[in-house]
Design a protein around this ligand. Structure first.
Ligand code: ATP
Ligand code: MG
Length: 279
């Protein structure tokens, strides 16, 4: 891996000294259709510091993607506000880039052109674009595939391209919505490990959506546990284990088992909303 074209000054500060880059204040969202009236988010409050790795964890329908879409600026809350980098979010911005479950890459462009796309839109010159794209392709281990086309890549490689493309615009925040859920278990393990290294090297703030407890424990500094109907934050769990973490380590396996046990009994969680796990 080579030097990155950016500093990690902010993320190198002690975690408690870092400033919030994201504030979610009393956010609510209701979806009303002919078939259903759903309170997808009910009074969500969350503050995320610069350089934190936060996982939103919860079962299907608890509002994880809805919340991520509000942070991305794809959709607006009915109540409350989202503040990113001290500005109320009114739409998408280059400071917040989303990595989706399925990589939406352009099949008619090669890998490097896909990574350069956002940079070209931003008006960056071709030499600088090429260098920037190559740096990030190297970071995700795809430097040898810059001329390949999308149909020549595996699912894991496509997700790496998507990650390189997102990182190339050098956003403050990466918003990841179950980015590894469609991959086979082995590829997922590799990418989870690599993401930890990339996070450490770039110092990005990452908000990562998953319904997989082990994935959350493996990756996050802080896990925000959500519950459905209505979508609420039930619990915060701090995970202070050093990165990179191994999915097979006893600490990871044990903590994941504890959390799964708690989640099986949602009434119990509701009874003790202030309780926090911390290891
Ligand atoms: N555009 C929409 N129109 C109507 N209802 C919606 C819409 N988007 C989300 N919902 C509803 O809001 C709730 C939260 O959905 P959301 O997609 O945020 O859940 P999720 O936690 O991301 O679930 P999953 O793990 O399955 O992706 C669900 O009940 C869903 O049906
Ligand atoms: Mg979702």
């Amino acid at each position: 891996m080579t030097a990155l074209p950016e500093t990690r000054m902010a993320a190198e500060a002690e975690p408690e000294l870092r400033l919030p880059v994201l504030e979610i204040q009393n956010v609510s969202k209701r979806f009303t259709t002919k078939r259903a009236d759903t309170l997808a988010l009910d009074n969500i409050n969350l503050s995320v510091r610069d350089g934190e790795f936060v996982c939103l964890l919860g079962p299907s329908g608890c509002g994880k993607s809805t919340l991520l879409n509000m942070i991305a600026g794809f959709d607006a809350p009915d109540g409350g506000k989202v503040i990113a980098n001290n500005k109320v979010v009114k739409g998408p911005g280059p400071d917040r880039v989303v990595v989706f479950q399925e990589a939406a890459l352009f099949p008619w462009m090669n890998v490097r052109a896909n990574v350069e796309f956002g940079l070209k839109l931003a008006g960056m010159g071709s030499a600088e674009r090429k260098e920037r794209a190559r740096n990030y392709l190297r970071l995700v281990g795809l430097e040898r595939f810059e001329k390949s086309y999308v149909h020549e890549l595996s699912g894991g490689m496509k997700q790496r391209v998507q990650l390189a493309r997102s990182l190339a615009v050098e956003p403050r925040m990466l918003l990841m919505d179950e980015p590894f859920a469609a991959l086979d278990a082995q590829t997922r393990d590799v990418l989870q490990e690599e993401l930890q290294t990339i996070w450490q090297r770039t110092g990005k703030t990452i908000i990562f959506v998953t319904h997989n407890v082990r994935e959350a424990v493996l990756l996050a500094d802080r896990i925000i546990v959500m519950s459905p109907s209505p979508g609420r934050i039930k619990r915060e769990i701090e995970v202070t284990l050093e990165h990179p973490r191994s999915p097979d380590s006893h600490a990871i396996v044990d903590l994941a088992a504890d959390i799964r046990e708690e989640l099986r009994n949602p009434d119990h969680i509701a009874d003790v909303p202030g309780k926090r796990w911390s290891i």
